[in-house]
Write a protein that binds this ligand. Sequence first.
Ligand code: OOB
Length: 555
Amino acid sequence: MTMHDTGAETPDAPGYPAEFAERYRAAGYWRGETFGQMLRERAQAHPDRVAIVDPAGEGRRWTYGELDLRADRLAAGLLARGIGKGDRVVVQLPNVAEFFEVVFALFRIGALPVFALPAHRETEIRHFCAFTEAAAYVIPDVSEGYDYRELATKIRAEVPTLKHVLVAGEPGEHTALAEATAEPVAVPDAPAPHELAFLQLSGGSTGVPKLIPRTHDDYIYSLWGSNEICGVDEDSVYLCALPAAHNFPLSSPGTLGALYAGARVVLAPRPSPDVAFPLIEAEGVTITGLVPPLALVWTEAAAQTPHDLSSLQVLLVGGAKFSEEAARRVRPALGCTLQQVFGMAEGLVNYTRLDDPEETIVTTQGRPISPDDEIRIVDDEDDDLPAGETGHLLTRGPYTIRGYWRAPGHNATAFTADGFYRTGDVVRLTETGHIVVEGRAKDQINRGGEKVAAEEIENHILAHPAVHDVAVVSMPDAYLGERTCAYVVLREGAAPVKSLAVKKFVRERGLAAFKVPDRVEFVTEFPQTGIGKVSKKDLRAAIAAQVAAAAAAQH
Ligand code: OOB
């Protein structure tokens, strides 16, 4: 048996066991394609079709032929700079056309994009660059008022492996992407389909975000599988309204699914109706994806908009639980079919089907892409529960990872011995095999689709000299679903600290703004569980009661 019979086993991450890889290939899920080849084939088949519309700046429209050539030129330039197969490159770009030029150039040479979000700041970026020993970091110049070049200067001084900073725009002291290109060359050691394509970020529940190794084979399956379920074909127009690097707009079916289909991708610089609605009208957008809070904003704004939204056929909503009440409003307000999506960057993605009865569409989070997605619903002891009961969701399948990147210790608990991923989600199955998400067992706050690992924020707050102990929990919120609340116990004798000072302290540690606690409550001790651990359940109940009482007092 050669390496090629296996999944993506590397010293850095467990791959798919050979018997599974064989099965996934035999079933036709893994097509033996890479992203580099995929783009080349589309460009050869229809060079003049528009691939990417970037309305920012001069309003660029790149054809498949142009995207393909740009990727080739940048790939050659990166190789000339010594960046090659297996090297990690942290990519932190907003929704701009260069995002695709960069990731396809990296895919082609087998370098691995590490998908940072535009909201990430010093602490996260330093970790991604240092932990992955990144060779390069790709940024915009200034976006949403933030100068990424200054951040890059700082990180570059601290991370010895980081030799290159490439800037989409004005480079300052760094290198412009446009200057980093070269005449296309034959790539010496192009990646094979079973090899890693990129590292995606985990929403996480631990101190630092974990990295998710995805292969060309497995991810491309999730793309064409999603395209079939969501009705994406070459006539589709996908609006990317969420941050492009996130797994949902990237692959469900997302921009990469759309490109796989030979469709058109339209990039929205922001997801608000004033930006997105004109784009829907102008470009004839047929499908897009939103997190629940934005879906609510859109359904409300649609009633007054002068823009013609009639081209929109499908609205995907996921990333966090979409309430039944809100789900019912989508079709009447937007005139399109709602498709709920319950997915995770680690793999498994569930969709309601376009022809599901309306009741199923509004009350469930869908069912898996693949007949070979294995679903187990278990109790705390990992024993399977009787049909219909609520429990922990474990999953294994043709596009779900078998382990995080360089995290053997964490993998031992995040996966079962036989390779099931512990999602941390608490779900039940309906008689039709649809999943209903009932809750969460992982120590995470889902802030309208943005994931906050409690432990990560706790570690930052603990660094405050006046803080003795801290517990971060979710609190209910009418708009975001959940927000974060930090319960703080101050050190004995410490001078009083204001809640604003705690928030400021966290912000100044250089974290994404969505991780700054929304509320800080000071207590003298924590409620305990029977075995003497902090009872987060009681803390959640306490803050929920406070929020409810405040809401009642307002009415
Ligand atoms: C998506 O991916 P991640 O990795 O940011 O977060 C995954 C987690 C899930 O484990 C679950 O806790 C939550 O986000 N989630 C949902 C949900 N969709 C995701 N919880 C309730 N209802 C839903 N519909 O969030 C993601 C990846 C691909 C497609 C869509 C979402």
